[in-house]
Design a protein. Structure first.
Length: 563
């Protein structure tokens, strides 16, 4: 039986007429709107009520725009913040918000049907979206929506609170659209370490995100910003995006900016056999020197020390003018230039006994390379020395030194001054780093002092302060993968230069003879000679000067006379 044909003609006509009337009068259902006011908290806590004064408007953290709600449970108060919205009866609404915190609740009461609630299962770490739906009753025109935390839990944060559904006639915030891409992005004001980025304003934008080489580096509300901490003579790509409560818009077209400054030409070559001395940028009782006062016996002068900055991995240098008797930065730079003109290498040492520079990830490795290169450009340093006495990460230190080498070129001088324990095995972090950069490494001047007894390459234990200690420990590096030209003997210049391990210049010279010629050895004699041995190092040129330059006047000629 065909039941459809039993429909009476008058009823069919009425249905058709009703449909035509709806189409003709435009009575089709309108698009859903957000019936919550100030759901992004851009106007503080306007339209919101929080129990016990528990809520506050904050500018960080925010999910979007410039504001968010932060509320703190206390005692029996769960920090409930609510707003009553106008709704349409017999309608369905979607309630949602971005939240951070432990056991953050989202819900609606007075729906006229079944009240609803949802919450985060735990802290979650970052922003989480909560969402639920509710249906209003046949006579419901007002519903209270709320968020709250939980007893004994820390503060929670909420942003982008919305209730989407049919317009109940109570009005709503105008829904901003996502802003467009900024135009007119341009670079100006270039210097060796910075430049200025500017762009045209975007209508409806609450602020702007700045991207450097694809990575967001800052957020600003102005239409220009100074980018600092860059490497000289380096090109960078920048983009800018605008954002508001609706979200982040597309990025601008890329624009390239290049910092000023050239390379570092004119760096002298390190001689085949070299004497290294650390110069003290402080007064600790040794002779206060200017760079120009350093004995001509020294081929590499390591300025001690670079300073850590608030940026992980980045370094700075601050001349102790007051402690050095009024030594000015201009004189310091001129003295470095004069030493370079005389064929000497002046490098910047990183670390020392109290050094706090840490390179444990790619970002800090990049920061070290960029800041070290910037200091080379500023002061005329020809390289760096790694003297980190609390260990290092070989992966990221290698990354940093290779990045610096790529910037500075083949004339870069890289030295290291590990403690004896750091070079006992090729598996140690320092030893691994040295081997990782063997193609660009100048010399490792291990500190043969302040260490006590250590193993030699023959497996025997040797006490510091002897020819055997110097030669048997140097043998570990020589047989462990380093080229002889990358091995130097580091000792104190006087008994005041170290807590223990001082040996006379004669002992140092005997060790040099033993390693390069096979003569003047102690009980340990290496299986072969290493005539290409780089030389020796001392802490410090200042303590050497305090002792009448006895160390450099004795060991210097021996080093320079090696085969």
């Amino acid at each position: 039986m065909n039941r459809i044909r039993s429909l009476s003609l008058p009823l069919a006509v009425a249905v058709a007429a009703g449909a035509l009337t709806a189409l003709a009068t435009g009575a089709a259902q309108a698009a859903d709107i957000n019936v919550v006011r100030n759901g992004g908290f851009e106007s503080g806590l306007a339209d919101w009520s929080c129990s016990g004064g528990s809520g506050a408007a904050v500018s960080s953290p925010v999910y979007a725009g410039a504001g968010a709600l932060n509320a703190t449970p206390a005692g029996s108060d769960n920090a409930r913040c609510s707003q009553t919205v106008t709704v349409r009866p017999n309608s369905t609404y979607t309630l949602s918000a971005q939240v951070q915190g432990s056991y953050v609740h989202l819900g609606a009461t007075g729906t006229g049907t079944q009240d609803v609630s949802t919450w985060t299962p735990g802290s979650g770490g970052g922003w989480q979206k909560l969402s639920t739906t509710f249906t209003t009753g046949p006579s419901t025109t007002r519903v209270t929506v709320h968020t709250h935390g939980w007893y004994g839990q820390p503060a929670y944060t909420v942003d982008d609170f919305s209730v989407f559904g049919p317009d109940g006639g109570g009005g709503t915030d105008p829904g901003p659209g996502i802003p467009g891409a900024p135009a007119g992005t341009a670079v100006s004001g270039q210097s060796a370490n910075g430049l200025t980025l500017a762009w045209n304003p975007v209508g409806g934008a609450a602020g702007y995100h700045v991207y450097q080489d694809g990575v967001r580096v800052r957020t600003v509300t102005a239409t220009s910003t100074a980018i600092t901490g860059l490497a000289p003579a380096t090109s960078y790509s920048f983009q800018v995006s605008a954002y508001n409560a609706a979200g982040e818009g597309p990025r601008s077209a890329p624009v390239t900016g290049t910092t000023t400054g050239g390379g570092n030409p004119g760096n002298p070559a390190v001689p085949k056999h070299a004497l290294t001395g650390y110069w003290q940028n402080f007064d600790n009782g040794a002779t206060v020197q200017r760079i120009s006062d350093v004995s001509a016996q020294y081929d590499i002068i390591a300025v001690s020390f670079a300073d850590a900055t608030a940026t992980p991995g980045a370094i700075a240098f601050n001349l102790d003018s007051a402690g050095l008797g009024g030594y000015t930065v201009a004189q310091f730079k001129a003295d470095i230039a004069a030493k370079k003109a005389a064929g000497k290498s002046v490098i910047l040492s990183i670390g020392g006994e109290k050094g706090t520079i840490t390179v444990n990830d790619s970002a800090s490795a990049t920061n070290l390379a960029n800041s070290a290169y910037a200091l080379m450009q500023e002061y005329g340093f020809t390289g760096i020395d790694i003297d980190l006495e609390n260990g290092l990460n070989p992966t990221y230190m290698t990354q940093a030194l290779r990045a610096l080498s790529a910037k500075a070129g083949p004339s870069l001088v890289i030295t290291m001054a590990p403690q004896t324990i750091d070079m006992q095995s090729p598996q140690g972090g320092y030893f691994k780093t040295a081997l990782n950069i063997k193609d660009i490494l100048t010399v490792v001047n291990m500190q043969y002092y302040n260490s006590g007894s250590m193993n030699g390459c023959d497996g025997k234990v040797y006490s510091q302060g002897s020819v055997d200690f110097l030669t048997a420990l140097a043998c570990i590096q020589l047989e462990g993968g380093l080229d002889p030209s990358q091995v130097g003997i580091g000792v104190p210049a006087s008994p005041s230069g170290a807590g223990s391990g001082y040996v006379s210049p004669t002992v140092v010279n005997n060790a040099l003879d033993c390693l390069t010629r096979g003569t003047n050895c102690g009980s340990f004699k290496p299986s072969k000679t290493y005539p290409g041995l780089r030389g020796a190092m001392t802490w410090s040129t200042n303590w050497d000067a305090k002792a009448g330059s006895a160390w450099s006047n004795s060991v210097g000629p021996k080093v320079h006379g090696l085969p």
